[in-house]
Design a binder for this molecule. Structure first.
Ligand code: PMP
Length: 361
């Protein structure tokens, strides 16, 4: 019998066991068609049904308004750092950004490299522990749109509000999409790499408001163009068919096994609250983020004595608690608590941390 450990990886991240079991069941012979989803033409009726159902379920989960298009794109969230400016700068202007950490910095660097960028608010003065407040945002006079990173996966810093501006808001939701209910109508563009809360790597979901499909620069490469993707059902070329199918299974799991995003959000809030409470109550562990901006998905923490890091990680791994090492750029630990990490996994982590502290603290 196989044992599934608790996987706290930041991405590619844990997938629901039920989803993997269903993929296994359907692997060799999809619904009696005698072939696997991986081997299907993306134009076949079977695959078209899979793709359409996935989009429908995602729309239903997020209550996506009718005037938004849902695209199943590729190239990682990082490719959106370039696609966004190409698609939104047709009428000129400068992309504006909130800089809250490593991922927003990467988006800024790519926009600057291509067409320019203005930083309209930043968290550097507070050591990336708090996001800029609404009243601190200063758009440039020629702002074309405002980009921000809803959840900084490495820093564990999450927005507690949606910025309100005179220009369209574009948001990198890679590590927080589907973690709870969302008001899509507040955004011009939402994008998210799949490998955290959506499915396997190789897929990026883009949700874009209809009226923004007319703003692409004339030199936009065909494969970058949101309008082309929207008009051709995200099949300008061969899409990431298997990742799209698996994302569909995850959406189905969220709908039917979890009961939607309200229910998912409540579970996620509980999971994060108990882990932060355990960290705050301990002498050994600490997290520096301002309480209002503590991420529900990625919980970084450090040990008061760094010399204990290696044994912490080794003992955690031996206890079936995987991938707790922090990002190489910041060190320490990080527990990612995405949707597929069950509450019992968080309980097991908290119990392990308390026991480790008692033995070493
Ligand atoms: N943005 C955020 C917030 C991320 O967490 C990541 C990946 N960890 C990326 C962008 C980059 O994603 P990708 O590797 O899919 O390009």
């Amino acid at each position: 019998l196989m044992t599934r450990h608790y996987n706290f990886c930041a991405g590619p991240a844990a997938l629901p066991t039920k989803v993997l079991e269903r993929a296994r069941e359907e692997m060799l012979d999809y619904h009696g068609r005698g072939l696997s989803v991986m081997e299907m033409s993306h134009r076949s009726p079977e695959y078209t049904a899979i793709a359409t159902q996935a989009e429908q379920d995602l729309r239903e989960l997020l209550a996506v308004p009718g005037n938004y298009r849902v695209l199943f794109s590729q190239g990682g969230a990082s490719m959106q750092f370039a696609m966004l400016p190409y698609n939104l700068l047709g009428a000129g202007g400068t992309p504006n950004f909130l800089n809250t950490g490593i991922w927003s910095k990467k988006a800024i660097a790519e926009a600057r490299h291509l067409f320019g960028a203005h930083v309209a608010g930043a968290s550097e003065a507070n050591g990336l522990t708090e996001v800029p407040r609404q009243e601190e945002i200063r758009l440039s006079d020629d702002a074309a749109y405002l980009h921000y990173t809803a959840n900084e996966t490495i820093g564990g810093l999450e927005f507690d509000y949606i910025p309100e501006t005179s220009v369209p808001v574009a948001c990198d939701m890679s590590s927080s999409i589907l973690s709870g209910p969302l008001d899509v109508s507040r955004f011009g563009v939402i994008y998210a790499g799949a490998q955290k809360n959506i499915g396997p790597a190789g897929l990026v979901v883009v949700i874009v408001r209809d009226d923004l499909l007319d703003r692409a620069r004339p030199d936009t490469p065909t494969m970058f163009n949101y309008r082309s993707a929207a008009e051709q059902g995200s099949m300008v070329n061969t899409p990431a068919t298997y990742s799209w199918y698996l994302a569909g299974l995850v959406f189905d799991w969220l709908k039917h096994d979890i009961g939607g995003l309200e229910a998912m959000g409540a579970i996620n809030t509980r999971k994060a609250a108990k882990l932060y409470a355990a960290i705050d109550a301990s002498e050994l562990y600490s997290n520096p983020i301002a309480p209002r901006n503590r991420s529900r998905m990625n919980v970084p923490f450090v040990l008061a004595d760094e010399r204990l890091n290696q044994s912490f990680l080794e003992e955690a791994d031996a206890a079936g608690l995987l991938n707790l090492k922090g990002h190489r750029s910041v060190g320490g630990m990080r527990a990612s608590l995405y949707n597929a990490v069950p509450e019992e996994g968080v309980d097991a982590l908290i119990a392990f941390m308390a026991d480790f502290e008692k033995r070493r603290g």
